[in-house]
Design a protein around this ligand. Structure first.
Ligand code: NAD
Ligand code: LMR
Length: 352
């Protein structure tokens, strides 16, 4: 995609801003305006991820209504973003009283609400605060937009996705096809690191990343990376795997207490949201990696893998494909931690 998101946004901007646009451009502009109405809600929209994600969603011509919600600061973010001359109408909502309005009629809800890591913390250290935030936001989603696709960014994703599922089950609205843990940043990183090392064009690089979204549960499958490269040693693969698994920590340490990945995450979140909007509009053959309800690995009811997306969300959870011995080992090693994180989320949601 990816570049196409920005190309189409740029084109949209040119169309809207150029008084001398040719009739051809105007006709195409009319086509863009006639795309289906799509409301996207961002929960946590005033945060480090939320703000650049709001910007990127404002640039996406598939969005007609952009709803920005946070516990504080959203009026300013919404006013700012709303001045951008692209298709969507922007509204800012703040505080519990306005959450219903923010969600009502949403086709897609993106959740980057919650606290980020500081150096020395694991993602699981965020559980105590973020589990409650996700639970209350998902309770509202079940009430106000039960049919929306939900893109969960808040950490620990390995637990927040099961929490969301349990909240929806309790409310009687759970549809496993519509709940996604966003692991796109792992794919974005794996592509970047692989392209650099393998000396292949980064725009063409593709690397599936499976498992979960924390430390060793992040399992990039470099044996399936394309374009193929013959110049990577076993040591290179080990180093690339470790760098992908530690990518979040690399940013947390570099930011030295000022949060975790925000800009690359906003990009990754926008890529995944764009894929969701495309399939809602009937675009075929869209495949992305995501942490979803799954049966591909026994005993792990949620697992990240390649997923074929369709009009109703998950159309098919794709299998792992052939793994190298190193990847098979990685898969064995991640099972215990991933299972424990999933169970922790389920226990929190069912017992609290
Ligand atoms: P941030 O602190 O900058 O922003 C979080 C925002 O959430 C704040 O504006 C805060 O007011 C808001 N918030 C808190 N409680 C809320 C509630 N009940 N309802 C709505 N909004 C609420 O943090 P950030 O850097 O944007 O990170 C947000 C989350 O995303 C963290 O949990 C972080 O670990 C996670 N994250 C995930 C990935 C991923 O790959 N999935 C990548 C980066 C960060
Ligand atoms: C990431 O991968 O960057 C995020 O999960 C944030 C973090 O805490 O590392």
């Amino acid at each position: 995609m990816k570049a196409s998101l920005f190309r189409s946004a740029e084109t949209a901007l040119r169309r809207v801003s150029s008084p001398s646009a040719s009739s051809h451009l105007l006709r195409r502009s009319y086509c863009v305006e006639s795309k289906p109405e799509r409301k996207v809600a961002v929960l946590g929209a005033a945060g480090g991820i939320g703000q650049p994600l709001a910007l990127l969603m404002k640039l996406n011509p598939l969005v007609s209504s952009l709803s920005l919600y946070d516990i504080a600061g959203t009026p300013g973010v919404a006013a700012d973003v709303s001045h951008i001359n692209t298709r969507s109408q922007v509204a800012g909502y703040m505080g519990d009283d306005q959450l219903g309005q923010a969600l009502e009629g949403a086709d897609l809800v993106i959740i980057p609400a919650g606290v980020p890591r500081k150096p020395g913390m694991t993602r699981d250290d965020l559980f105590n605060i973020n589990a409650g935030i996700v639970k209350s936001l998902c309770t509202a989603i079940a009430k106000y937009c039960p049919n929306a696709l939900v893109n969960m960014i808040s950490n620990p994703v390995n637990s927040t996705v099961p929490i969301a599922a349990e909240v929806f089950k309790k409310a009687g609205t759970y549809d496993e096809k519509k709940l996604f843990g966003v692991t796109t940043l792992d794919v974005v990183r794996a592509k970047t690191f692989y392209a650099g090392k393998a000396k292949v064009p980064v725009a063409e690089a593709n690397v599936p990343v499976v498992g979960g979204h924390a430390g060793i549960t992040i399992l990039p499958l470099f044996s399936q990376a394309t374009p193929k490269s013959n110049n990577l040693s076993d040591e290179d693969i080990v180093a690339l795997t470790k760098r992908t698994q530690d990518g979040g920590t690399e940013v947390v340490e570099a930011k030295a207490g000022k949060g975790s990945a925000t800009l690359s995450m906003a990009y990754a979140g926008a890529v995944f949201a764009d894929a969701c909007l495309k399939v809602l509009n009937g675009v075929p053959d869209v495949v992305e990696c995501s942490f979803v309800q799954s049966t591909i690995v026994p005993d792990l009811p949620y697992f990240a893998s390649k997923v074929k997306l369709g009009k109703n969300g998950v159309e098919e959870v794709l299998g792992l494909g052939p793994l190298s011995d190193y990847e098979k080992q990685g898969l064995e090693s991640l099972k215990h931690e991933l299972k424990a994180s999933i169970e922790k989320g389920i226990k929190f949601a069912t017992q609290s």
